[in-house]
Design a protein around this ligand. Structure first.
Ligand SMILES: Cc1cc2nc3c(=O)[nH]c(=O)nc-3n(C[C@H](O)[C@H](O)[C@H](O)COP(=O)(O)OP(=O)(O)OC[C@H]3O[C@@H](n4cnc5c(N)ncnc54)[C@H](O)[C@@H]3O)c2cc1C
Length: 549
């Protein structure tokens, strides 16, 4: 129906330019989107207010920078309050490029478009299409498909929602305590409230208290290997594994990638990666993961999600990876790209309340529910800084607890600047959470020690980023590791049981034909770009290995 289509809102004070933008947008996107226009920032904000009241979706905001009264950046900043997920584009003249680049941080700009944008087929449509695809991926995920009904502060419900969001399965979520329709639905389906969470499938099926694996199998996310033997088995679907899948498949290797949770790895959980080359306005981790996964699949890599590698065996020239559930993958070569996992808080209360107000990582599924709430972020590194900036968009107050005496030692300068500018973020250095206290099965308070004094503070949610460690126990006795469990490669591996006369290749482990890339490698640089670099480099080395084997 006409009025339900999502909107694109264009703003310009010059009627001729506004008419031209609207005309081109209508020609490119008019079938899927309503193109709405306004002659000033104030008029557009009024329009957004009306759309919001009607519950209409807005996919994209496009505004000229030079407008009297309210500049484009000022308007986009205001507009972000009502439509934080809408993509934001600034129209600028060449002379205003500096202002546009500055606005990338200020208003979390997605793109700046130089005027004139002729021909639109080259300058306008590809950019807008790309942004709309990203917006659609987020909005379909939140809007349609499966329905999950449960209690917000139940770890089982959180795990199901997190799994669906990270695997990009379109699903909507209904809180039994807040949504009368949810209660009606479970009554009609005859589901006892004691049996929550429940998932209503698109085929009419109803799953009561499913595990993540049961749900994954039922909706076809967990699948079985298609072949008996591969050239390359990749363990881990973070940036390193995905890059290897893209290069492996595109260079003709029969490639399969096994991922325990969801493609994207740690990077998939980042709210905004700002330093990855080629994305001047930053890119969310889930968007990067979506692009990389699509790319790997398109080039012919096989992706097995919700599969955990539990053992590695060497049989002659074959390398065998065992999966949970007993399946085995046989291959000529293996790449271990299993990254690192969050370290857990050991203080009392945190384990019991995980998923019920206490979360590891940015847990994007919880962001909207934090509206007007007081959330705590624990940690002082970049991941904590990104999360604080992200949650500040939704929460009333964000308090960052940092053990050290300054952020400067552990966080990048650009993030410290962003945090300083946001009024609803408070950074408390020299502070640590020593206990989490619950009420009615959910987090209620944190006990915080600051300067030797302990106090209790009300907390609605707490997101933890206190470092990470490799989980490589399954490789014990097979691959040489350093004292912290990171895998040795190249010259370092040669000292630890390397069996051949030739030198190991640079990313080769102590077992010939088994390679390692990314964060799990001993002495690696913990960055998306270096993981991607190593993943792609590993494929060249694998070719070299195969050629000489
Ligand atoms: C919140 C956050 C924000 C970040 N922001 C930035 C940033 O802005 N810029 C930047 O450069 N870096 C950033 N980083 C760091 C960056 O994300 C990592 O360096 C990068 O993801 C490492 O990639 P990887 O592929 O080596 O490992 P990971 O990303 O850790 O991926 C490893 C994958 O392997 C899977 N796995 C593990 N064991 C197994 C197994 N046995 N079987 C099957 N699968 C397994 C895991 O589930 C995971 O998906 C951030 C990290 C975090 C946590």
């Amino acid at each position: 129906m006409e009025e339900r289509r999502p909107a694109i809102v264009a703003v310009d004070d010059e009627p001729v330019v506004l008419a031209a933008v609207a005309r081109d947008l209508r020609r490119g996107f008019g079938e899927r989107y309503r193109i709405l226009r306004a002659g000033s920032g104030a008029e557009a904000l009024e329009l957004l207010g009306e759309l919001k009241k009607r519950g209409d979706a807005v996919a994209l905001l496009i505004a000229d920078q030079r407008m009297p009264g309210m500049e484009g950046t000022e308007y986009l900043l205001e507009a972000r309050r009502s439509y934080p997920e809408a993509k934001r584009v600034l129209l600028t003249a060449y002379a205003d490029t500096d202002a546009a680049i500055a606005a990338i941080n200020e208003v979390a700009l997605d793109y700046y478009l130089l005027k004139p944008w002729d021909p639109p087929e080259e300058q306008l449509y590809p950019v807008i299409e790309d942004l709309l695809t990203g917006w659609e991926a987020g909005s379909t995920m939140a809007g349609g498909g499966l329905r999950v009904i449960g209690h917000r502060f139940s770890s089982e419900t959180h795990d199901l929602r997190d799994f669906l969001a990270r695997n990009r399965v379109p699903a909507s979520w209904m809180d039994i305590e807040m949504d009368p329709e949810a209660r009606q639905l479970i009554t009609i389906a005859g589901v006892d409230e004691e049996r929550l969470p429940v998932v209503f499938l698109e085929d009419g099926g109803v799953l009561e208290q499913p595990t993540v694996l049961e749900l994954a199998e039922r909706i076809g996310v967990a699948n079985q290997p298609a072949a008996d033997h591969y050239d390359l088995v990749i363990v881990g679907g973070g940036p390193a594994g995905l890059a290897a899948a893209v290069y492996g498949a595109s260079e003709g290797l029969r490639t399969v990638m096994v991922e325990r949770e969801a493609p994207g790895g740690q990077a998939g959980q980042s709210s905004r990666i700002e330093n990855y080359l080629g994305f001047p306005a930053g890119v969310s981790g889930s968007e990067l993961a979506r692009r990389a996964t699509d790319q790997a699949r398109r080039l012919g890599a096989e992706l097995l999600s919700i599969n955990d590698a539990v053992a590695l065996r060497v049989e002659g020239s074959g390398r065998i990876v065992e999966l949970t559930g007993g399946a085995e993958l046989s291959a000529n070569t293996v790449l271990v790209a299993s990254g690192v996992s969050y370290r857990m808080m050991e203080a009392p209360g945190f384990a019991e309340l995980t998923g019920a107000g206490v979360y590891y990582g940015a847990a994007m599924t919880e962001a909207r529910a934090c509206e007007k709430q007081h959330v705590f972020v624990i940690g002082g590194a970049n991941s904590a800084g990104q999360a604080a900036v992200y949650f500040a968009k939704f929460a009333g107050q964000v308090t960052v607890l940092v053990r050290g005496d300054s952020l400067a030692k552990s966080m990048s300068h650009y993030l410290i600047e962003q945090i300083t500018e946001l009024e609803n973020i408070e950074v408390r250095t020299g502070s640590e959470a020593v206990a989490a206290e619950g009420e009615d099965g959910r987090l209620a308070r944190l006990r915080i020690r600051s300067g030797g004094i302990e106090s209790s503070e009300d907390a609605d949610a707490c997101f933890i980023f206190i470092g990470a460690a490799p989980r490589t126990d399954w490789l014990e006795g097979v691959l040489a590791r350093d004292e912290r469990g990171f895998i040795l490669a190249g010259a370092a591996a040669r000292e630890h049981g390397w069996p051949l006369a030739r030198e190991p290749l640079p990313l080769e482990t102590s077992v010939p034909g088994v390679f390692v890339a990314g964060d799990v490698r001993s002495r690696s640089i913990k960055r998306v770009a270096s993981a991607v670099g190593e993943g792609s480099m590993a494929v060249s080395l694998i070719h070299e290995y195969l050629a000489s084997a």
